[in-house]
Ligand binder design. Structure first.
Ligand code: UDP
Ligand code: MG
Length: 322
């Protein structure tokens, strides 16, 4: 069992919630979360709400909420930086002994918080919440997500656990480790996995969104997947050496075959079609490999500028740690 803080105060637990155009669901979010927080008297909570450049009334609603409930603190980013950056901002500002990132749309059920805390008290630094039933997600999303995890884990040095999102509990130790990772393009699921620590898993059934629409279109998910793979694997860069090698061996065999055939059967004039196919095929392969190089070089370029991951416009009720 975890002890309370030395001065006898119960531990502070930070819940980090990114909000992007979620005004319609904020009331329900509060109504669902409040009784759960109230039912845990042995811990104190702070709820860090990050407004990720919303264009609706999310910020106003969040500020009204923090006026009502002193546990809610608000960070306003200067524009929309994306969920990974918003999460990073919230985690940076969190001062709890444990931190729980959770989505604002109630797809990550807050009822699980008690179970997450129980596992943390048993001594785990990371408690993962795994979706056992994803029928709430579309068929396309489920299959592409599963394909992504398979490909990613096959070619990366770190294993991102399948069907585990950002919803989890991390101890202060794990959070401090996470904050040491300096990269600016942050694929959080990968970073969470990279830091390691003693972890355990609890299962839950994922619901559909309480209100509003998903912020991740097909194209955004595709780019997110590429971010994930390029952040943790260099296999796509290296594979061209082997493809090139195999192509060279095949070409040599084919060349020997043509020489032999010409020696035996004489000069053979036709062959435009096969020539064209070979040129187009190799040309396309070269373009793809240049594209892959571009993905990595683009990321090196972005990292080399060392721009901050996010810019805070204003903090409301959150201590400035910088
Ligand atoms: N989100 C964000 N910034 C963005 C996109 C999303 O802060 O640019 C937040 C969003 O408000 C929600 C969470 O990230 O709290 C998850 O987003 P969403 O539900 O759209 O993703 P999905 O569950 O469909 O993967
Ligand atoms: Mg969602």
């Amino acid at each position: 069992m975890r002890p309370t803080t030395p001065c006898g105060q119960p531990d502070l637990v930070s819940i980090v919630v990114p909000f992007f155009n979620e005004a319609d669901g904020i009331q329900l979010f509060h109504q669902t979360l409040r009784p759960i927080l109230d039912s845990q008297p042995q811990v104190r909570f702070e709820v860090i709400c990050v407004d990720d450049g919303s264009q609706d009334h999310t910020l106003e609603q969040l500020l009204a909420l923090s006026g009502l409930d002193g546990r809610f603190r608000v960070i306003e980013l200067s524009r929309n930086f994306g969920k990974e950056a918003a999460l990073t901002a919230g985690i940076d500002m969190a001062s709890g002994e444990a931190v729980i990132p959770i989505d604002a749309d109630l797809q990550d059920p807050p009822e699980l918080i008690a179970a997450l805390l129980a596992e943390w008290r048993r001594g785990f630094d990371v408690v993962l919440a795994r979706r056992v039933d994803r029928t709430a997600d579309s068929f396309l999303k489920r299959t592409t997500a599963s394909l992504f995890y398979k490909v990613h884990n096959q070619i990366s040095t770190i294993q991102v656990p399948q069907d585990v999102g950002d919803y989890r509990l991390m101890s202060r130790n794990a959070i401090e480790a996470l904050k040491q990772l300096p990269e600016n393009q942050r694929f959080m699921k990968g970073l969470f996995a990279w830091i390691g620590f003693r972890s355990t898993t609890i299962d839950y059934v994922r619901h559909t969104r309480a209100s509003g629409k998903t912020k991740f279109s097909g194209w955004r998910l595709w780019n997110f997947a590429i971010d994930g793979i390029t952040s943790f694997s260099t296999a796509p860069l290296k594979v061209w050496t082997y493809i090139g090698g195999a192509g060279a061996v095949l070409s040599l065999c084919y060349a020997s075959f043509i020489v032999l055939r010409t020696l035996i059967l004489g000069v053979d004039v036709p062959g435009f079609a096969s020539l064209l196919v070979a040129i187009l095929f190799l040309g396309s392969l070269q373009l793809i490999s240049i594209g892959v190089l571009g993905e990595y070089i683009g990321r090196i370029y972005l990292e080399s500028k060392q721009r901050p991951t996010y810019i805070v416009r204003q903090r409301y009720g959150v201590a400035d740690e910088s």
